[in-house]
Design a binder for this molecule. Structure first.
Ligand code: GCO
Length: 450
């Protein structure tokens, strides 16, 4: 049990902020407009078999052209913040050099529109869409990519920092490092476990250098942390490696300036860990499901829960217990409580935000008007929100609860086959149709501000 004296006192916490999240590649579309360059994800989508439905992000939700409509949906929810990401290839089409004016203008206008409606922008600088030219120069396993990120981040923070105080550098660097470079199910689709560990280090270094470069701003990082549990027959060695790769690597470096002993992280230069340690002014936690480590079966039960993404772990399988979402992910809000308590204990005094939480379900039940009646998603969100309330009551400093996602969107290797949105998108017209969960979420926000 973590020592509660580490936490900010419960009484000192402001009311919980509410928001919803999206990311650039998943919603914007307009792939060839505004001078946008190509990213690793554009290229990955062209590989046969990489995306289950053969789709891509060329049009996505067309949000690039529908900013007014999407911001109106945010207003309808009554949320206090909107988490979106900035597409690096819109700002630096080939990953280096001066800013592309049209790219900065797009996000500048979005920020002003949000602020004009009393919605706090919460931008993420890197949500996986690396400019393809930087991948060709070696990508995240190469140290120079961290410095390229710092330049890019500076361009964006300097343009918007007068109006936007709070920033996230990286989104879920675990995914970029290990799904991108170890299992290869995400862009850039490499299967080089050593390179994956080097990528992890350079993602953290890029975050830290960017955060330290603008000390006047409130710069954090978003991690996908979770609680790792040993199931009967599961190898404790596998539990230890999975926990180290998923949680300890990131938290150890940020909180203590060290990597877990059981990991052999290459590419670390003198001083790097001092730079990384203490570099997160706040921490974003993306939480969906706990991990249960069972005996090896050879089966992959759930999306992204692939043993190849955990190099060095003794043989194991993921053993999620029902109820499951359509990603095959176990629904368990206790895991969120555990994750938040554990994180607050490791990073005392660092404010936390739930930067993503949500669920994909089949959305097969329709109300009379044809809209999705997603009671399962409402149940998921209700349970996880209660978990946030519970840990806040203990004093764990969670500032915001941001649901994933505003819209059904491009779910990476799952294409458009998985739906996490509070709003569905009609396939041909791209018309936005709020689900029952949208109305439920709006009611939560409203009832708490009364
Ligand atoms: C992530 C990303 C999101 C996903 C969401 C559902 O957490 O993987 O940040 O882009 O769409 O998590 O998988």
């Amino acid at each position: 049990m973590p020592d509660p004296s580490h936490y900010v006192g419960a009484m000192a916490l402001p009311p919980l902020g509410f928001g919803v999240a999206t990311s650039a590649f998943q919603i914007e579309g307009a792939a060839d407009e505004g001078g946008r360059g190509r990213s690793t994800w554009d290229e990955f989508c062209e590989r046969p078999g990489a995306i289950v439905d053969g789709s891509d992000g060329r049009t996505a939700c067309d949000s690039y052209h529908r900013v007014a409509e999407d911001v109106a949906l945010l207003e309808g929810l009554g949320v206090s913040c909107y988490r979106f990401s900035v597409a690096w290839p819109r700002i630096q089409p080939d990953g280096r050099g001066p800013a592309n004016a049209a790219g900065l203008d797009f996000y500048d206008a979005l920020v002003d529109r949000l602020l004009g409606r009393g919605i706090r922008p919460l931008p993420t600088l890197f949500h996986w869409d690396l400019p393809l030219d930087l991948e060709h120069a070696g990508g995240w396993p190469v140290r120079d990519t961290a410095f390229r990120f710092v330049d890019y981040a500076g361009l964006v923070m300097d343009r918007l920092g007068d109006r936007v105080p709070t920033w996230a550098t990286m989104n879920e660097p675990w995914c970029t490092a290990f799904l991108g470079h170890a299992s290869g199910v995400f862009a850039p689709g490499r299967r080089e476990p050593r390179a994956a560990l080097a990528a992890a280090h350079h993602l953290l270094l890029g975050h830290a250098l960017a955060a330290r470069s603008r000390p006047g701003l409130d710069v954090g990082i978003v991690l996908n942390l979770t609680s790792v549990r040993q199931e009967p027959g599961g190898d404790p060695g596998a539990v230890a490696v999975v926990d180290a790769l998923q949680n300890g690597l990131w938290l150890g470096a940020l909180a203590e300036g060290s990597y877990p002993d059981i990991l052999d992280v290459p590419a670390v230069c003198e001083g790097d860990l001092d730079t990384i340690c203490g570099s997160a002014a706040w921490l974003g936690v993306n939480y969906y499901t706990p991990f249960r480590i069972g005996p090896m079966t050879g089966e992959v039960n759930a999306v992204g829960q692939d043993i190849d993404a955990f190099p060095g772990a003794p043989a194991f399988s993921f053993a999620p217990r029902p109820p499951l979402t359509s990603m095959g992910w176990e629904v368990d809000a206790v895991g969120l409580e555990e994750t938040l308590r554990a994180t607050a204990a490791v990073l005392p005094g660092v404010p936390l935000r739930i930067t993503e939480n949500g669920a994909s379900f089949p959305d097969a039940t329709r109300a009379e008007d044809g809209s999705v009646d997603d009671q399962d998603r409402i149940g998921y969100l209700r349970g996880h929100l209660a978990a946030v309330d519970a840990v806040r009551a203990e004093g764990v400093p969670v500032l915001d609860y941001v649901a994933w996602s505003l819209l059904d969107n491009f779910e990476w290797a799952q294409g458009y086959t998985k739906t996490f949105g509070l709003v569905s998108i009609e396939p041909d017209t791209l018309r936005r149709i709020p689900k029952a969960s949208y109305r439920w979420f709006a009611e939560q926000v409203a009832s708490r501000s009364r």
